[in-house]
Design a protein around this ligand. Structure first.
Ligand code: FAD
Length: 692
């Protein structure tokens, strides 16, 4: 029996850390409390853990089945969380009461906000993590989640009903069957989160072996066969890779550039006012660069590197050193030397994913000055895996042709922990709602990065591993890391059911305080002369003689909320703890008001007709080639119809709306001028006929 260890859902109380891994329990699957669940989640990676926890929070009796309990929450590649675009996803998971933000605050050892040169909307909260602590936190949380049972085992097969004759091609999932045995467990819905494990193969040099990650077997072939053959799903293949892990003591970090963390670590979670790691306990990272010797080793080893010779698409934005060198020869590429944990003896060389033979890997790293005498602990390797083309999913992440089957994470063609986590959370929510006979729910592109990611996946699909960027979000000035709680927590509690009342209460308190503070700022309306008297030295031009509110003033880069609070302590000092949030709210207010108006305008203009003779390819407005092709192919008759087309972004709809409105206005002006012209011509003709 492959199932060795099952943790009862009775384990509700949070276990002391570590104790949870050391329970000497060895149980048979028949000891499971039940053989029927509302939801079964397959996989305990970043998608699976969020899915299991979210389904249970919504109220479903949930079973999470994963190959190895001790790898739950494992960081397969880099020990870090967040970053530009990805940090926004972590904040949104947290706003919906998910795990990864709090886990990041617990395990973070180097916190920094990336992209600070740009506006706060596109800042990227990021933390280097202690691998072990991260896993401990996630495992401890899962094992103490009410209504969630965790079971070690490998799922071999999905149980499905034959297609409904009234809906040909439509199956319904009814449960799972475990490998190496006949045990089946029923459920109303199943969430598959098999990551890089579906028909996974590992590559090092010329050696290929089956595996989903080093040390872990791939997902059983039966599952892949089932999805492809029985459910008729379109399956593709992608690849990724990871760098060798380096023995820390063998690296001369004095030859690399020190990269200290932020002096004040910013937590991911809205529930945390500080991180576990105190500023003085944070560990530094180091920056170094490749040399021409690195390029030489890459070229010399190409014929020994089967991963790199294959056509399968890898992550464009996290490429291997082989791809970097071949695409951009002659450059010195950045390599970050990052700690793997507080007590870890290893360094993670970010930027050096590689799949050449291990002896060549050693030669390569020793071409980089701080690593002249470095030792490799574990060689880098590549993995290729099957993914399901995500256009076959609904916005609830449910397979359109199989009722009750949901997919999340790398199985949908994404890359990265954060991308997996948001999908897991949302698939878990919907699987639970489906199982409990509640309507599924969707998030829009205008309210969240989660909505952007899911819409991109299900409407456009993927041709290479998908990762999040802020540029993918049309309304990014509104979708900021600082306001994810206001955007999502209230909805998560009131409409979705995945947020605890504790978090809901806290968010209400914050929202009310922010609203009160903004109101107080708005009512502080003074002439510019009076503002200058109150706050000598503020950068308002002396010639400006208009009235200004506190919000207007806060939009100036040199004005802080603290300055205003010191001038008006009675009305503003209660809100000083929200200084940064208020400053950001004020700065983005004009953009957000405009965005809001545009969204409302689109909703109002739903029935506006689109001329059928538009040449979409020559429209003088900003539309991507992809959008032009879709519009040209479908030729929607109204703006509303265009909005609902797969692949049409809200920004494209706004541009289309503006174009049609301006053209209509021009035509109208032309029409109005027409009778005038005709009258003038008539007058001319009449006067010409008059005697001179
Ligand atoms: P995973 O974290 O892979 O988890 C899948 C889980 O499913 C595992 O727990 C597994 O045991 C379980 N499972 C699988 N099949 C079954 C089954 N049949 N029954 C029961 N349990 C099952 N991301 C980046 O952003 N950048 C990178 O450079 C990068 N490099 C990577 C390199 C490697 C070698 C690997 C392995 C991953 C890399 N990743 C990278 C990807 C990152 O690890 C994933 O994006 C992320 O872990 C995906 O989360 P997930 O939950 O979808 O899947």
């Amino acid at each position: 029996m492959t199932v060795r260890w099952c943790v009862s859902h009775m384990l509700r109380k949070k276990l002391p850390l570590l104790q949870s891994f050391l329970l000497p329990v060895s149980r048979h699957v028949s000891h499971l409390a039940r053989h029927q669940y509302d939801v079964i989640v397959v996989g305990g990676g970043h998608a699976g853990t969020e899915a299991g926890a979210a389904a249970a929070r919504v109220g479903a009796e949930t079973l999470l089945v994963t190959q190895k309990i001790h790898t739950i929450g494992a960081l397969s590649c880099n020990p870090s969380l967040g970053g530009v675009g990805k940090g926004q996803l972590v904040k949104e998971v947290d706003a919906l009461d998910g795990l990864c933000g709090r886990a990041g605050d617990w395990a973070g050892i180097h916190f920094s906000i990336l992209n600070r040169r740009k506006g706060p909307a596109v800042w990227g909260p990021r933390a280097q993590l202690d691998r072990q602590r991260y896993r401990e936190f996630i495992q401890s949380e899962l094992l103490s989640t009410p209504r969630l049972t965790v079971l070690e085992g490998s799922v071999e097969e999905l149980l499905i009903t034959e297609p409904n004759p009234e809906e040909p091609g439509h199956h319904r999932v009814t449960g799972i069957r475990l490998a190496n045995g006949s045990h089946s467990i029923s459920a109303r819905s199943v969430v598959l989160t098999t990551g890089t494990f579906l028909s996974g193969s590992l590559f090092v040099g010329q050696t290929t072996s089956p595996g989903g990650r080093i040390g872990d077997a791939p997902s059983s072939a039966g599952l892949s066969h089932m999805l492809r053959e029985k459910l008729g799903l379109r399956i593709g293949r992608l690849r990724t890779g990871t760098p060798p892990r380096i023995v820390k003591d063998s690296v001369d970090l004095s030859l690399a550039k020190l990269h200290p963390p932020d002096s004040h670590p910013t937590p991911f979670s809205f529930l945390n006012s500080h991180t576990r790691c105190k500023p003085e306990e944070q560990l530094p990272c180091h920056l170094t660069f490749t040399t021409p010797g690195v390029e030489r080793v890459v070229r010399e080893s190409l014929h020994l590197n089967c991963h790199i010779q294959q056509d399968t698409k890898g992550p464009r934005y996290c490429p291997s050193i082989e791809s970097r060198v071949l695409r951009f020869p002659g450059r010195n590429h950045q390599v970050w030397l990052e700690p793997e944990g507080v007590t870890s003896d290893l360094l993670y060389p970010q930027g050096l994913s590689m799949t050449m033979p291990p002896d060549m890997q050693l030669r390569l790293i020793r071409e980089i000055p701080p690593m002249h005498r470095a030792e490799i602990h574990t060689p880098g390797y590549g993995v290729q895996y099957d993914f399901v083309c995500p256009t076959q999913l609904s916005p609830a992440l449910q397979v359109k042709s199989t009722q009750g089957l949901f997919l999340a994470g790398q199985i949908n063609g994404t890359t990265g922990y954060e991308e997996a986590a948001v999908q897991g959370l949302w698939a878990g929510v919907n699987a639970a709602r489906w199982a409990l006979s509640m309507p599924t729910v969707a998030l829009s592109r205008t309210e969240s990065y989660i909505g952007v990611l899911i819409d991109d996946l299900v409407s456009r699909g993927v041709t290479e591993p998908y990762r999040m960027f802020t540029s993918r979000a049309e309304f990014r000035t509104h979708l900021r890391p600082d306001n994810a709680d206001l955007r999502l927590t209230l909805k998560g509690f009131e409409e979705v059911g995945c947020v605890s009342s504790l978090r809901h209460q806290e968010t209400l308190r914050v929202r009310n305080s922010l609203q009160d503070a903004l109101m107080a700022l708005q009512t502080l309306t003074l002439s510019t002369a009076n503002w200058r008297k109150k706050l000598p030295g503020i950068p308002i031009s002396e010639t400006k003689s208009t009235l200004m509110t506190g919000i207007d003033l806060l939009q100036y880069s040199d004005v802080t909320f603290e300055m205003l609070a010191s001038a008006f302590p009675e009305s503003l000092s209660p809100y000083v703890k929200f200084s940064q949030r208020l400053k950001i709210e004020a700065v983005y207010k004009p953009h957000c008001d405009l965005n809001k108006k545009e969204i409302e305008r689109i909703q109002r203009e739903e029935n506006m007709s689109l001329p059928q003779d538009i040449d979409y390819f020559s429209l003088p407005v900003s539309l991507s080639q992809e959008v032009r092709e879709i519009l040209d192919r479908v030729r929607p008759s109204t703006l509303g119809a265009a909005t609902r087309l797969e692949g049409i972004t809200p920004a494209a709809v706004v541009n289309l709306l503006n174009y049609v409105r301006i053209t209509e206005k021009n035509k109208e002006t032309h029409r109005n001028q027409q009778p005038q012209k005709e009258r003038e011509q008539e007058l001319c003709a009449n006067s010409a006929s008059l005697p001179q």
